[in-house]
Design a protein around this ligand. Structure first.
Ligand SMILES: NC(=O)c1ccc[n+]([C@@H]2O[C@H](COP(=O)([O-])OP(=O)(O)OC[C@H]3O[C@@H](n4cnc5c(N)ncnc54)[C@H](O)[C@@H]3O)[C@@H](O)[C@H]2O)c1
Ligand SMILES: O=C(O)[C@H](O)COP(=O)(O)O
Length: 602
């Protein structure tokens, strides 16, 4: 990562070489009204300038709703955005439309592939999944494109659990088959003798939101419930009288098995020939999770061999399944067309849940239901807000101090806090430092979603260090330092004794301040632009610089001097509201006592 000279202005006096002075580059940014406007959760379009024009002509973002969404959600979206409800789009049509959309809302029926993100040309800021499962969204591609993915994780839990119980009971009593037969003019009382649930062992595979609600209900039916979930806390299970067991144990003792885990590479086809062979003969299977967790061919074999007596399936590897599907047509299989979340109540609930998350994300707020970004609780966010701004500005300053050539490869961020290490979530701060480091020297737009990915892609290693301070942990942080190793600096005084470019900042009166540059203590509010000068400490310098800037009509917001000792070297920091002209900067550089200086844009 090579620093360019276009983002700042620098003169190094000891070399006494006249270097070309370049003007600062403009940074394009969509300014939003939220306190996190400094960190909008959007990716910058490649042609950011033209986007800005579009944004000014039509301030409302556009949300594409690609699958049926509850009306309450649509109404909520319409208050904030232009809403395009286009259902049943082909993959090609979706890719074409997406370049005109800021947000996309889907259910499980739309595949949001890498091509979709690539086709968006950087405009797509958020994908909202009106439901839980996000296996139809390419999360890696979303993250790489800086696109936030949010879901609606809670509103359909009960609906899915109720559907699981409905399938369980319907299967045990052959409801679907008996219904079909009677409608076909038959009266088969002996054929459809069922099995009782009371006293039977039900294994819940995946003891999350839906799994635990199914467990509660099954206990009400008098079943003995066990569960397998490598990540579920045992106390949550024991609180509702459920024993957590191993995968093999669950398979070997269960009379009924109900799937409730997400579809991931680890759970894909986890119910296969091997696992069916470990099951109790005559076991009954319910799946309202995802078709892909079962190897469907293996299930057909297990049904045919009698290992599995019955299966009730709401979900399939391919949806809709082919009409000739042997599994769907199997007489011991009951099927529904992915109806788990399809109640009036759940659909209104997910619609509102996802619409709120999408609108919030478009406003630049951090979403509580983010799937590919850290979820930072609201109270933590408000406490960290001033440090969020500080972190970005320190990154921005530090990278502008790098002399071009070698590139920035290793950055260390130090957090000094009286809080215990577990009580300080630094992911947001690290992302902001990364944003500050990368944006001034590239065309990439960095946000919380893509910060770590972007840093890694650019070969930038960011490590973090904690200094645990004594004292009251009331403030989340005392100071933040950003250190860049193995680089030269345009402002030699920014190199600390460690040999690294070092800048330190604190929050004072709610505002970010720069408090150290290299080994020099300074104290300036981080706003506008900043001139750093190293000089031999002597009377009159402040006045000379001040009058040059005044002559250039540049308003000085502050001036401080940090020195090693009287009459020795000092670093003067000058905050300026306007950018000085090249002539003014040249005049400052020509003051004999000034050894080096740099203009930094915040
Ligand atoms: N059919 C429908 O319409 C419908 C509706 C809602 C949810 N779902 C699906 O149900 C599933 C569960 O949803 P949820 O809201 O309860 O999610 P959740 O995240 O609350 O629960 C999933 C649980 O699965 C566990 N898990 C992960 N890997 C596992 C593994 N290898 N073995 C066992 N457990 C594992 C997790 O620890 C977690 O506790 C998801 O697949 C979701 O997409 C389907
Ligand atoms: O994961 C989910 O939330 C369910 O499978 C519901 O999917 P749907 O929104 O397509 O009904």
């Amino acid at each position: 990562m090579a620093a360019t000279t276009s983002s700042n202005l620098m003169v190094t006096k000891p070399l006494n070489k006249s270097r070309p002075l370049s003007t600062c580059s403009l940074s394009w940014r969509l300014t939003l009204s939220s306190p996190f406007a400094v960190f909008p959760l959007c990716s910058r379009p490649r042609n950011a300038k033209s986007f800005l024009v579009v944004a000014m002509m039509d301030a409302k973002p556009t949300v594409l709703v690609a699958e049926k969404l509850g009306d309450a959600g649509i109404q909520l979206l319409k208050k904030f955005a232009n809403v395009d409800c286009s259902y049943n789009l082909s993959p090609e049509e979706l890719c074409t439309k997406i370049s005109l959309c800021d947000a996309l809302i889907v259910r499980s029926g739309t595949k949001v592939t890498r091509e979709v993100f690539e086709s968006s040309g950087g405009r797509l800021k958020v994908v909202g999944r009106a439901g839980v499962g996000i296996d139809n969204v390419d999360l890696s591609a979303a993250t790489e494109h800086g696109c936030l993915v949010v879901n609606a994780p809670t509103a359909n839990t009960i609906a899915a659990a109720e559907h699981g119980i409905a399938l369980l009971t319907a299967m045990a009593r052959n409801i679907a088959q008996a219904d079909a037969s009677i409608k076909a003019g038959k009266w088969l009382r002996n054929k459809y003798v069922g099995v009782s649930l009371v006293g039977k062992i039900l294994a819940i595979m995946g003891f999350g939101k839906v799994g635990s609600e199914v467990a509660r209900r099954a206990k009400g039916l008098g079943m003995q419930v066990i569960a397998h979930d490598p990540y579920a806390p045992a106390d949550r299970a024991s609180a509702i009288g459920v024993e957590l067991v191993t995968f093999d144990e669950a398979l070997s003792i269960a009379d009924f098995i109900s799937m409730h885990m997400p579809l991931t590479p680890a759970t894909s086809k986890m119910f296969n020939d091997d696992s069916f062979s470990k099951m109790k003969k005559g076991v009954r299977i319910v799946n309202v999770a995802r078709g892909g967790v079962i190897d469907e061919e293996a299930l057909i074999r297990a049904l045919d061999s009698g290992i599995v007596a019955q299966a009730a399936l709401d979900v399939f590897i391919e949806e809709p399944p082919p009409s000739e599907s042997k599994l769907v047509q199997h007489e011991n299989v009951t099927v529904t067309p992915h109806l788990g979340a399809s109640t009036m109540e759940a659909q209104e609930g997910v619609a509102v849940e996802v619409a709120e998350a999408v609108v919030g994300a478009l406003k630049g707020e951090l979403a509580a239901t983010a799937v590919n970004a850290p979820m930072v609780p609201a109270e933590v966010l408000s406490a960290l807000a001033p440090f969020v701004a500080l972190a970005e500005k320190l990154g921005r300053l530090a990278v502008q101090l790098v002399a071009g050539g070698g590139g920035v490869k290793a950055v260390k961020v130090t957090y000094a806090s009286a809080r215990g290490p577990d009580d300080l979530d630094t992911r947001l701060l690290r992302a902001m430092v990364t944003k500050g480091l990368i944006e001034p020297i590239s065309s990439v737009f960095v946000n919380l979603v893509n910060a770590d990915f972007t840093a890694k892609q650019r070969g930038l290693r960011i490590t973090e260090e904690r200094i645990v301070l004594d004292g009251s942990p009331e403030n989340p942080l005392e100071f933040i330092q950003v250190h860049i190793a193995n680089v030269e600096s345009k402002f030699a005084s920014a190199i600390a004794e460690s040999g690294e470019i070092t800048v330190e900042g604190r929050v004072k009166d709610g505002k970010p301040h720069l408090t150290k540059v290299g080994s020099f203590r300074v104290d300036v509010s981080l706003e506008g632009s900043l001139i750093l000068c190293r000089q031999v400490d002597q009377p009159g310098i402040i006045g000379k610089v001040g009058s040059i800037l005044a002559g250039d009509n540049v308003n000085v917001s502050f001036m401080t001097v940090g020195r090693t000792a009287p009459k020795k070297q000092a670093v003067m920091t000058i905050g300026v509201d306007e950018e000085p002209s090249l002539e003014a900067l040249k005049k400052i550089g020509a003051i004999p006592a000034i050894e080096e200086f740099v203009l930094l844009k915040l």
